[in-house]
Write a protein that binds this ligand. Structure first.
Ligand code: FE
Length: 206
């Protein structure tokens, strides 16, 4: 099975999410890898733009499972892989934080396999009062036909679910994955403990 679909989304410029410290963002685009330096301070209210910044939806693929455990860390004994912390805001396209938004992640292990029997590398959490979420996990492996990605569902309280995927910058397979969308690329940097990443979700809440 595959989690491709036939939708091919228009290329849009990737907007880097805010991070707490000066970093080098590596940004994958349809034209290849671009690196640029940026200094951003952690902001109480994240930078956000117009309705064009809405986070695009993508297919859930075949491996979603409901009722994942509530947890911010998907790390468990025996899990191999490069550690990554992904964090950011859930906000509306009008820049309002979405407190207590549901953020539900699932992704492949380092060898590209999903746990369809249990809940390894699956977990949901609720954003805090400022709309912030924080995920601690490993870098997903690639599997045939797909570039490296996280799956995620995001839902403001009592609102429709946004299902989408997040991508890594500079991945060779990004160019060959027909549903890859540069608007869904995380900001990524290396740290002593592994990798740190950021992505802000923008929900169309009307
Ligand atoms: Fe997948």
């Amino acid at each position: 099975m595959t989690d491709r679909d036939d939708s091919r989304l228009t290329r849009r410029e990737f907007l880097a999410a805010s991070l707490a410290a000066p970093v080098i963002f590596l940004v994958g685009t349809a034209d290849g890898l671009e690196a640029f330096a940026a200094t951003r301070e952690l902001e109480a209210t994240p930078a956000c733009g117009d309705a064009d910044d809405i986070t695009p939806s993508q297919t859930p693929g075949p491996f979603f499972k409901p009722r994942s455990p509530e947890r911010q860390s998907l790390l468990e004994p025996g899990i191999r892989g490069i550690r990554i912390v992904l964090e950011g805001y859930v906000r509306s396209t009008k820049c309002k934080p979405v407190p207590h938004a549901l953020v539900d992640f699932w992704h492949a292990d380092a060898s590209g396999a999903y746990d369809n029997a249990g809940y390894r590398l699956r977990g949901h959490q609720f954003a805090d009062d400022q709309g912030r979420y924080r995920l601690e996990t490993i870098v997903p492996g690639v599997y045939p036909g797909r570039t490296r990605h996280f799956h995620v569902r995001v839902q403001a309280p009592n609102r429709p679910v946004l299902t989408t995927q997040l991508y890594f910058p500079g991945e060779p397979e990004n160019k060959r994955d027909s549903i890859f969308n540069p608007k869904l690329v995380i900001a990524l940097r290396d740290s002593a403990a592994g990798k740190s990443a950021a992505f802000d979700f923008a929900l169309d809440l009307g």
